[in-house]
Design a protein around this ligand. Structure first.
Ligand SMILES: Cc1ncc(C[n+]2csc(CCOP(=O)(O)OP(=O)(O)O)c2C)c(N)n1
Ligand SMILES: [Mg+2]
Length: 670
């Protein structure tokens, strides 16, 4: 063991139950990570039994504390806690740890296990989600609380280990948490000096307390992590500082309780083995067979009565709030509890889209996006914006946007240059409820945000990603800034809807679709350059289908499929082709993901049968092969772009009427 302290805990049946459930479930599954649950048992006991405000019977109660296990590999710790405190997670569920269709998945998954607030496992993102939870609490408290009526008043607690600390995203999120003064965020650092490859001295020697001190956090260093009294005192100190987030640094021993594996990376991610499980039982004084918990131990953990009282107390205070502020209470119920759009939403969205049709402007779709936000925001106060230091380029800040600071709430976050942190924080905002986050950067930097985009999709969370500068159309900034493979690869993320609208009307429709979509994120790929309105006469319902016939011909011989800035090119090519006697249909396909969900009949009706197809998109072309078939063609960019004025680039890369006509003729001849 590399550490001189902490001393071993005084083992007792309360923490014994946690340890036993963890090692027995992992042993039975023959898979899992016993090190963290064993090493954090005392910390978990103090937080969950003595501090956490929660009601196992109602995991969705709005003013509960949020708990995030950022070191999600320690999933058996949270499953044991949920079971013991009385959530709907049975002993049989624990016996089925990591089995198909069980409630106890390998890593904690939100909406899969009652009481799990966010899906964790990709290290560093849980702490970033927790920052989002704490930010949501701060924003909603600023908006809804009134003197004497603190109806939003909860903490966010997060466990994290060396892995989360090493991940860059923890820097992004924790740095911003310090700046924003998220005083109700309390993080517990499981400082056990071990990660998968062994003792961390060879790869992680940061002075973590100094690091967090520099972020503006309150740091509580050197807490012996197996000493309940010290842990309790640290939590009290953390809660006492309401101006700064707190980091409690706990010296622990991984696998504590296992006589032969504690302190070693051997117990990080592998079952202890039958012999060591038996030895651990002995060492921690747990004589009971696997999955048998004595009634008095269950009783000591049971949080249902206390939880009910806590929620009832809140409900009574909320009733008083409703009596005093009926309109605010109704709004709170709509947004935070029912998570519904305003009753007049159908009228608002229809009016917004109608106005875009009427104006028929020639503007960049990023500008159309800004106009949409500006139009919707007054009726949709839950919209919470932000950009990774590109507000002026992404056009996400609108009249009515108010930046959040340490001192006050708002509806906009200056996230700074932190694409990954921003996206993961926004996942926390969405999970918390009461807010619909939109985030923004250049599309090319979606790579920086990518795993948080994926997590939004996996968790079925509503986040609208406003990603501008969507192609070589951005021009002079060159290939470092010009997306090529991004749009097609983003389309491959399950449950992410990618939209690349061709004009202001399609942009507004895409925004509306993103807001109405309750079970997943929406990514808008928007142009820097102006695009004329070409869909003004199209029925909105068609655009909502993700792909539709924009311009048709009698008995078309070719179907041009285009997105975004290439739709106008397709229309111009149609005119040229028809001059040459080739009847041409133009399909606008702003969202392949949405189009793919339509009936086969609809899709065939749009794409035509026995007709040659040519897709046009200023991005990598492979994705379009599934629509054009082997006898079709794709006009695309399969190399990196270049630095030049946009007009010249489109010419250079073959996005011209001449080239489209040529390709169509080739396809028809072939
Ligand atoms: C982003 C990411 N990279 C890699 C992994 C694989 N992984 C899981 S746990 C772990 C090490 C974690 O170390 P620590 O947080 O100190 O956990 P401990 O071993 O102390 O329980 C790694 C590399 C992961 N889950 N997520
Ligand atoms: Mg560790």
């Amino acid at each position: 063991m590399s550490q001189s302290f902490p001393a071993a805990p005084v083992f007792n049946p309360i923490t014994g139950a946690l340890r036993a459930l963890a090692i027995d479930s992992i042993q039975k599954a023959n898979s899992g990570h016993p090190g963290a649950p064993l090493g954090m048992a005392e910390i978990a006991e103090v937080l969950w039994r003595r501090t956490l405000k929660h009601n196992p019977a109602n995991p969705g109660w709005p003013d509960r504390d949020r708990f995030v296990l950022s070191n999600g590999h320690g999933s058996m710790l949270i499953y044991a806690l949920l079971h013991l405190t009385g959530y709907d997670l049975s002993i049989d569920d624990l016996k089925n740890f990591r089995q198909l269709n069980s409630k106890t998945a390998g890593h904690p998954e939100v909406d899969h296990t009652p009481g799990v607030e966010t899906t964790t496992g990709p290290l560093g993102q849980g702490i970033a989600n927790a920052v989002g939870f704490a930010l949501a609490e701060k924003l909603l408290a600023a908006e809804f609380n009134r003197p004497g009526h603190a109806i939003v008043d909860h903490h966010t607690y997060v466990f994290l280990g060396d892995g989360c600390m090493m991940e860059g995203v923890s820097h992004e999120a924790c740095s911003l948490a310090g700046t924003l003064g998220l005083g109700k965020l309390i993080a517990f650092y499981d400082d056990n000096g071990i990660s998968i490859d062994g003792h961390v001295e060879g790869w992680f020697t940061d002075d973590t307390p100094k690091r967090f001190d520099a972020y503006g956090w309150q740091v509580i260093p050197d807490v012996p992590g197996h000493d309940p009294q010290a842990i309790e005192a640290a939590i009290a100190a953390a809660r006492a500082d309401t101006q700064k987030p707190s980091l409690i640094c706990l010296k622990t021993i991984i696998g504590m309780g296992s006589p032969n594996k504690a302190g070693s990376h051997d117990c990080h991610g592998a079952p202890l083995g039958a012999a060591e499980v038996a030895a651990t039982r002995e060492a921690i004084g747990w004589p009971h067979p696997p999955f048998e918990i004595p009634a008095d131990v269950y009783a000591a953990w049971d949080a249902r009565q206390k939880g009910k009282a806590l929620e009832t107390d809140w409900q009574q205070r909320f009733d008083a709030y409703r009596a005093a502020f009926p309109e605010l209470a109704t709004e709170f119920e709509r947004r935070v509890i029912r998570r519904e759009l305003p009753a007049n939403w159908p009228r608002i969205e229809a009016q917004t889209i109608a106005a875009f049709k009427e104006k028929a402007e020639n503007i960049a779709t990023r500008k159309a996006s800004q106009n949409t936000i500006a139009a919707l925001l007054p009726s949709l106060p839950e919209l919470f914006g932000g950009s990774a230091d590109l507000a002026g380029s992404n056009l996400t800040f609108v009249p009515g946007s108010r930046g959040v600071t340490a001192d006050k709430g708002g509806n906009y976050c200056y996230y700074g240059v932190r694409e990954f942190g921003m996206t993961a924080i926004a996942n926390g905002l969405a999970l918390h409820g009461g807010l619909i986050p939109y985030t923004a950067t250049f599309l090319v930097f979606s790579d920086y945000a990518r795993n948080a985009i994926r997590m939004a999709a996996l968790m079925r969370q509503r986040q609208i990603m406003v990603y501008t500068h969507d192609s070589i159309g951005l021009g002079e900034d060159g290939p470092t800034h010009q997306p090529v493979e991004h749009i097609p690869s983003l389309r491959l993320i399950p449950n992410l809807d990618v939209w690349r609208p061709c004009d202001a009307v399609e942009t507004a429709v895409a925004w509306v679709a993103g807001i109405e979509r309750k079970d997943g994120p929406t990514l808008l790929a928007l142009s820097r350059q102006n695009l004329p309105t070409v869909t003004g006469s199209i029925d909105t319902e068609n655009i909502r289908k993700g792909g539709y016939i924009l311009a048709d011909a009698d008995a078309p011989q070719v179907v041009l499929i285009a997105t975004g800035s290439e739709v106008k090119l397709a229309l111009d090519a149609k005119a040229a082709l028809e001059k040459e006697g080739i009847p041409t249909r133009v399909v606008s396909m702003p969202s392949t993901n949405v189009f793919d969900r339509q009936s086969l009949e609809y899709r065939l009706g749009v794409l035509g049968q026995n007709t040659r197809r040519v897709a046009i998109e200023a991005a990598h072309g492979d994705f379009w092969r599934k629509y054009v078939g082997l006898d079709g063609e794709v006009i695309s960019i399969d190399t990196f772009g270049a630095s030049a004025p946009a007009g010249e680039l489109f010419e250079q890369f073959g996005f011209t009427v001449r080239r489209v006509v040529e390709v169509v003729k080739g396809v028809m001849a072939g």
